[in-house]
Design a protein around this ligand. Structure first.
Ligand code: HEC
Ligand code: HEC
Ligand code: HEC
Ligand code: HEC
Length: 202
């Protein structure tokens, strides 16, 4: 290396980098880091972060209840005024939408009141109104019924904090068909799709 070159290097070594410049570069780095951090933060956790089809967060129950019960637009009592001696295990032609698959609980009058057809059957021949269907199920499913009362079976809709709004227990037959009560398997929702930045397609 020539003497000239050595001088250049020394000259470089001896040059003082102004303190002000150091501070400015440092501050810029911190600002950039902060910007990227907060930006990432909002785009992953913001309200438009995940895309899910509405059917996957629909909270309506699998069955509709509360409709007026009957056949051909008539109440049960319009056709059934007297008790009958027969207690079939399969529904007669006129009620062919009823498919009874409730295991060993295989008699209509285990559940329907024979003499008063617009009621369910309580133990000892009493009547349970249609609107109190959980009392019917409780005759034979005591433990499940108590779990349901305490909110550990079935589902609660509405608010945890009752002062904020109504809390509602779904009734048994909002999930179970009383005639074929086994719960049908449901398809699991797929994992949420990734972020949705405006204008982006999937
Ligand atoms: C339009 C008339 C009609 C209405 C309304 C009707 N049923 Fe029936 N139901 C019949 C007929 C007809 C039979 C067959 C009777 C027979 O075979 O002797 C029958 C049979 C039955 C049976 C079998 C036992 C039996 O009596 O033979 C049950 C249980 C029953 N119905 C329950 C109901 C319930 C519960 C309702 C209301 C949710 C209802 N039915 C409404 C006409 C009706
Ligand atoms: C486990 C109890 C149970 C048994 C056993 C049972 N039912 Fe029912 N049945 C019900 C309940 C609960 C409803 C009300 C269903 C609803 O609101 O969706 C009902 C509704 C009905 C209805 C009205 C359906 C409608 O859509 O309007 C008819 C008809 C009926 N049952 C006939 C029968 C017949 C016939 C048998 C015997 C073959 C029978 N049920 C056995 C509990 C039972
Ligand atoms: C008269 C007694 C009786 C009544 C009333 C009754 N059940 Fe049942 N239930 C049974 C019996 C017995 C079984 C077990 C069936 C078997 O394995 O033989 C059963 C089974 C079930 C099952 C499990 C089905 C499966 O295959 O996984 C469900 C769910 C159920 N019942 C729901 C209900 C609901 C909801 C009601 C009210 C609408 C109700 N039950 C009313 C006697 C009853
Ligand atoms: C929000 C829906 C929902 C409601 C409401 C509901 N169940 Fe169930 N039930 C289920 C599901 C899901 C299962 C589990 C099915 C499985 O594992 O295959 C089940 C299982 C059952 C079984 C099978 C045995 C057991 O305990 O696991 C019985 C019996 C039963 N339910 C009765 C009832 C009764 C009685 C009521 C009302 C007091 C009720 N259910 C309300 C959804 C519901």
């Amino acid at each position: 290396m020539s003497e000239q070159d050595w001088k250049k290097t020394d000259a470089f070594r001896n040059t003082e980098i102004p303190t002000l410049l150091l501070i400015a570069v440092g501050a810029a780095c911190v600002a950039a880091a902060w910007f990227f951090y907060t930006n990432r933060h909002t785009s992953e956790q913001g309200p438009r972060a995940f895309v899910m089809k509405p059917e996957y967060y629909d909270i309506s129950p699998v069955r509709t209840v509360g409709k007026k019960l009957g056949t051909m637009g008539m109440a049960c009592g319009d056709c059934h005024s007297d008790p009958t001696d027969q207690d079939p295990r399969t529904a007669p032609e006129i009620h062919n939408k009823v498919v009874l698959k409730h295991g060993s609980n295989n008699r209509c009058f285990n559940c329907h009141n024979n003499g008063k057809r617009d009621f369910f059957a309580a133990n000892g021949g009493g009547q349970i109104p249609f609107s109190k269907v959980e009392t019917l199920c409780a005759k034979c499913h005591g433990p499940t019924y108590r779990d349901w009362q305490r909110g550990t079976h079935g589902r609660r809709n509405g608010y945890w904090d009752k002062t904020a709004g109504e809390q509602k227990n779904l009734v048994c037959i909002a999930c179970h068909d009383p005639h074929s009560p086994a719960f049908k398997p449901m398809k699991a929702a797929p994992a949420p799709l990734k972020h949705n930045t405006p204008g982006e397609t999937h």
